[in-house]
Design a binder for this molecule. Structure first.
Ligand code: CA
Length: 235
């Protein structure tokens, strides 16, 4: 009956905050399952499908980073938004290295939180690849956007929903400079002027997967002061 409602997993041990989040997401038409520990959340993930995982970092038992890695093993694709009371950049990097797709520091603005969630849930058609599972090839890599996987020099990897979205934009606009704002807006649904390091950390992740030398990228190039450019040939 509610089959088309987005199903969100919330892992948060602060009950007041969790209640507020559940209330507001339900107002937006989502179905929310709330768990106070990672252990319970992971048990649910083995039997249920979720469209988005919202994960607090500081939890009793497993912490958010450990849970994030475990979620990725059970569901390589699901978008993961991490929440943390600590706003240090190292936390953000650690979250993204453990497989998260975005990061929000507490205390956060409710409107911004809801925009972020909607951006991650959005499944618009424009970024969907053609329904032909032909590999996109560049360098030593073959990327299969439809089945969320890639063959790289390091072996076969699973791609997340957000990675597929970013790659889809890069492949479509091969050779063009794409501004940070455009990438953030089209992939994450950010407002144009949001300050964030999420994109940059995400690019680091893509370079680790696909670049022959991630420290000297040839495919995912930085265009200083503007954004990024993807080069298929690597020049
Ligand atoms: Ca907490």
């Amino acid at each position: 009956m509610n089959g088309d409602k987005s199903h969100i997993m919330l892992v948060e041990d602060e009950i007041h905050l969790a209640r507020g989040i559940c209330f507001n997401l339900e107002e937006e038409g989502c179905r929310v399952s709330h768990f106070e520990t990672g252990e319970r959340a992971l048990a649910a993930l083995e039997v249920e499908h979720f469209d988005l995982v919202i994960l607090d970092v500081m939890l009793p038992g497993m912490d958010g980073f450990q849970i994030c890695r475990a979620v990725r093993e059970l569901d390589p694709r699901v978008p993961i938004l991490m929440l943390s009371a600590r706003s240090e950049d190292s936390d953000r990097v650690e979250g993204l290295e453990n497989g998260a797709d975005d990061y929000l520091a507490k205390p956060f603005n409710l409107v911004e939180f809801l925009l972020r969630v909607k951006g991650m849930l959005r499944r618009s058609s424009w970024y969907r690849p053609e329904p032909v599972e032909e590999a996109y090839r560049f360098g030593a890599n073959e990327v299969f956007l439809l089945s969320y996987r890639a063959r790289t020099a390091q072996g076969e990897i699973d791609l997340t929903e957000m990675e597929v979205r970013v790659l889809s934009v890069f492949f479509r606009k091969e050779g063009e400079t794409i501004s940070r704002g455009e990438l953030l807006q089209s992939v994450w649904g950010y407002a144009n002027d949001t300050e964030t390091r999420t994109l940059d950390n995400f690019i680091v992740r893509l370079r680790k997967y696909f670049e022959p030398d991630p420290a000297h990228p040839i495919h995912f190039q930085t265009v200083r002061g503007v954004g990024y450019r993807f080069s298929r040939k690597g020049v």
